[in-house]
Design a protein around this ligand. Structure first.
Ligand code: GDP
Length: 448
């Protein structure tokens, strides 16, 4: 995600590495690169200018020039400014004190509105009993799509009668239906258009007046870059949006939208769509996003994902150990298994510390190698997995023989484990803010 910016920042920080002190010239070079990286990532130039100005103002001053580790300082400043630009804290969805809570989903056709409506419904179940309502009277296919997605996800659905012409009648019908079946959350999936025209806006405004929503959520496709920012501005002007769902962040979105929407409209990005499946929705977290942009991995995101996907408490164990700052070979083995379960290896790896910089090294991640690494750990005793330090010469030979590998491969795995353990340790203190690992700017990451 946001590879363009990330690569740029990575290369800048590599250049800065090893310098005891930063000169004004160093800062200028870094700022030029950051500016270019942001522009290339489709960020509005005015946004870029103010961002770069604030980074520079902090960098050139006392904070960086007097610092012993200038690269770390600059990283921290860029990180802070990036996350501040996207909004410092996640903004949760509002729930009305008096049910039903109503969400109005708006956006252009193809942006991901229908999918996001069901994703949100799933996310808020079973704490709530959501009803998704199809309000696109022009496109029967859109109604059908919502019905099918809702059915697959076991979410309540309400749609227009055949030939219905009045969208407000659908809304009224949905309210009665929700009341009769005790739905406390009504999610209206509104009509999609190719462009935001007057007629659409009038229709949405009428819906808003009839049934005042707790949230008016605009769904925009992150891949559309600056266009997403324009769309957000025009919808916001007419409807006073309360939040944005940025969809398709799993694709090769360039990131401009996430960086600029909040800045330009003042509307917070609340959620991020990260896949076609109706479970692929995340709370938009600017801190985490800034970390990802900068290639520092996303340990928290990974831990969450593992937790969601695994059965039998394996994930809790990893999360627990993470908190205790302990990462054993057993955890590594669990991770290999989870990675295999979670599919697209690269996507998962992107969230892990150290892997961000390994882009292009995907050749190293072939399943054969992963299988071999697993076999090596599986050939160890429990004690060895928990206390890898005891694995000396003779044990290494035994493990190699047991796993059908070589001592060299075992050594390699252990060295890589050690590297990863250090990274986990630095990131394991979830929620305590940024900790900059010393090895952040060097090292080759972890290879299977
Ligand atoms: P709508 O016209 O705004 O209702 O958009 P849809 O919900 O029908 O989505 C349009 C297409 O984008 C569909 O093929 C969805 O599966 C896909 N889509 C929606 N959200 C995401 C997402 O977060 N990631 C990816 N990869 N695809 C998405």
């Amino acid at each position: 995600m946001f590879d363009a910016i990330r690569e740029r920042l990575d290369s800048i920080f590599k250049g800065l590495r090893g310098k005891g002190r930063l000169t004004g010239q160093d800062v200028d070079v870094a700022m030029r690169e950051i500016r270019r990286g942001l522009l290339e990532a489709d960020v509005d130039y005015k946004v870029v200018r103010s961002l770069v100005d604030s980074i520079k103002a902090r960098a050139v001053g006392r904070e960086v020039l007097e610092s012993i580790t200038p690269a770390n300082q600059i990283t921290a400043i860029v990180y802070e400014e990036l996350s501040a630009l996207m909004g410092t804290e996640p903004v949760p969805l509002k729930i009305s004190p008096k049910p039903p809570t109503v969400y109005l989903m708006v956006g252009l056709q193809g942006g991901g509105k229908t999918t996001s409506a069901v994703k949100i419904a799933r996310k808020l179940s079973p704490a709530h009993k959501p009803l998704v309502v199809a309000c696109d009277l022009r496109r029967p296919a859109a109604v059908e799509q919502l019905r099918i997605l809702a059915e697959q996800s076991k979410i309540g659905f309400y749609g227009p009668e055949k030939g219905e012409k009045d969208v407000l009648a659908v809304v009224r019908g949905a309210v009665d239906y929700a009341a009769s079946r005790l739905h406390d959350l009504i999610i209206l999936d509104t009509a999609g258009r190719l462009h935001a025209d007057e007629e659409l806006m009038d229709e949405l405004a009428a819906m808003k007046n009839l049934l005042p929503p707790a949230e008016i959520l605009l769904v925009v496709d992150a891949m559309t870059g600056q266009e997403a920012v324009k769309v957000a501005s025009s919808f916001h002007e007419k409807l006073s949006l309360t939040g944005v769902v940025l969809s398709k962040l799993d694709g090769d979105a360039r990131g401009g939208a996430a960086l600029a929407i909040r800045q330009v409209t003042g509307v917070p990005v609340k959620l991020a769509g990260v896949g076609e499946g109706t479970d692929a929705l995340e709370v938009f977290d600017s801190k985490r996003m800034a970390q990802r942009i900068m290639g520092m991995g996303d340990v928290m995101g990974l831990a969450e994902k593992i937790k969601e996907l695994s059965e039998g408490g394996a994930a809790e164990k990893i999360a627990e150990n993470l908190k205790k700052k302990k990462f054993t070979l057993e955890d590594l083995l669990l991770q290999f298994e989870q990675i295999e379960k979670m599919g697209p290896l690269e996507k998962v790896l992107e969230m892990m510390p150290g892997f961000g910089r390994m882009k292009g090294a995907a050749g190293d991640l072939d399943p054969k190698r992963l299988g071999r690494s697993r076999a090596i750990i599986q050939s160890m005793t429990l004690e060895e997995r928990r206390e890898p330090a005891i694995i000396k010469g003779s044990r290494r030979r035994r493990i190699a023989a047991g796993s059908g590998t070589t001592v060299q491969m075992v050594n390699q795995l252990l060295a890589q484990y050690e590297q990863m353990r250090k990274l986990w340790k630095q990131f394991g203190k979830g929620g305590k803010g940024l900790r900059l690992p010393k090895g952040l700017f060097g090292g080759g990451g972890f290879k299977f």
